[in-house]
Design a protein. Structure first.
Lengths: 167, 88
């Protein structure tokens, strides 16, 4: 399961990608910040379209593992999170560091563009707002961006063409 | 009995986060005479109270896959209208 309501277990996530052949392991953690656009944030609440999160994360993992010689794992937490809590964790392991870093970066960027998760910020002044950080992703424009995000870097191998957005 | 007109199709529409707040519900069943597209479903939602606040081209998914607004709907489809994503 890519979604959990429990605190993320980073050690287990890393262990799930490590092996004797894969000596390079990259990890990205997204943790809850105490500020957003100059406002003091006291906590967050994440919600999700859970069935699609599972499907879309599986696509991103499959696509990454087809594109690079890596093993990838990720997990996103939902529910109430406090400042400093890890909301998302990505781990990528490969024989060498280059592919591990590339795959790790790819997974978190694609997650932000394609995976249906939303967050509500609770501010110190008592107000609560849905965060629309992904506003650039909304509608057709965002889809083009999602496509180019996977296709623009010519230094990578061609994408495995499991992209979410039909042409 | 001869069929003289196409049967209407029914799709389940899901709304999330700010869109569910805007329209006041998170799930609704809509029926259409085929052919009907995602855009037709969005037009129907816009005719409901609060629906005018939906953006012109929201992110949409049918049966858990991102789609464009011209995508044709089939009976039994699950259409999700997705506010700007904010995972990570």
């Amino acid at each position: 399961m890519y979604l959990t309501e429990e605190p993320l277990d980073i050690t287990a996530l890393l262990a799930s990608v490590q092996s004797a052949e894969r000596g390079g392991v990259a990890c990205f953690l997204g943790t809850v910040r105490n500020h957003h656009q100059g406002r003091e944030v006291v906590r967050l609440e994440y919600s999700a379209y859970a069935p699609m999160v599972e499907v879309e994360c599986a696509r991103i993992v499959a696509e990454s593992q087809a594109r690079w010689d890596v093993k990838v794992a990720l997990q996103h937490r939902i529910g109430r999170l406090e400042i400093g809590d890890a909301a998302v964790a990505v781990a990528a392991a490969s024989a060498h560091r280059d592919e591990a870093f590339l795959a790790c970066r790819h997974v978190i960027e694609e997650l932000k563009l394609r995976v249906p998760i939303w967050k509500r910020e609770y501010y110190a002044d008592g107000t609560v707002e849905w965060v629309e950080a992904g506003k650039r992703v909304s509608g057709e424009e965002g889809k083009q961006e999602a496509v180019s995000a996977g296709a623009s870097d010519s230094s990578r191998r061609p994408a495995a063409r499991i992209h979410a957005v039909p042409e | 009995m001869p069929v003289t007109a196409p049967f209407p199709i029914t799709v389940r529409v899901l709304l999330f986060a700010s869109y569910a707040d805007t329209l006041g519900f998170d799930s609704v069943e809509l029926s259409f005479d085929p052919p009907a597209t995602v855009g037709d479903a969005l037009d129907r939602l816009r005719s409901l109270p609060g629906g005018e606040r939906l953006p012109p081209k929201p992110l949409c998914a049918v049966n858990l896959t991102h789609v464009r607004s011209g995508t044709l709907l089939s009976g039994g489809d699950e259409l999700a209208i997705l506010p700007p994503l904010a995972g990570g």
